[in-house]
Design a protein around this ligand. Structure first.
Ligand code: SME
Length: 160
């Protein structure tokens, strides 16, 4: 696919996701390389949703290692149970953090990050990677983000 992503920056969050998810599905359908696809997904989420930071951490040898992302530089390795990402990995479920300063274990990669949503993707019942989205606004993520980003994680699981 070489055509440009269609984006409507004035649409509601639901409308943005509804426009974006089918495009992401089409984008990854013709490519089998995981890193190439995760790279384009990170870019599409940044461009389509206007997120502050969006990226993947991949489970490698009992650590999360930074994968494709868009936004400011980030920490490269996260241990299980550490930070929002390591806690999502340990608990095997989506975590929404309304105020990162109130999350006991939060790892601050950027002082501009104020709220966060982290979702796991599974391969044979084990977490294989996580998606981390950060906002520079407090309480920026809700059940709408969870619903549509969990749909995206299912698309990603199909590539694992
Ligand atoms: N805040 C995350 C670390 C990753 S960065 O935000 C990109 C955490 O607490 O796990």
């Amino acid at each position: 696919m070489a055509e440009e992503l269609i984006v409507n920056s004035t649409a509601s969050k639901v409308e943005k996701y509804k426009l974006l998810i089918p495009q992401i599905k089409a984008l990854v359908s013709s490519e089998s390389d995981l890193i190439a696809n995760l790279s384009n997904i990170a870019a599409a989420l940044k461009q389509g949703m206007g997120f502050f930071w969006v990226g993947f951490y991949i489970v490698k040898n009992d650590e999360l290692v930074l994968g494709p992302f868009q936004g400011p530089i980030a920490c490269t390795r996260i241990q299980k149970g550490k930070g929002v990402c390591g806690t999502t990995w340990e608990q095997k479920e989506t975590i929404i953090v309304e105020n990162v300063d109130e999350f006991p274990n939060h790892i601050a990669c950027s002082s501009d990050s104020k709220s966060e949503i982290v979702l796991p993707a599974f391969k044979v019942n084990e977490v294989a990677l996580i998606l981390d989205v950060d906002s520079d606004k407090l309480s920026d993520f809700d059940e709408i983000d969870q619903k549509y980003l969990e749909k995206l994680m299912k698309i990603i699981e199909g590539m694992l």
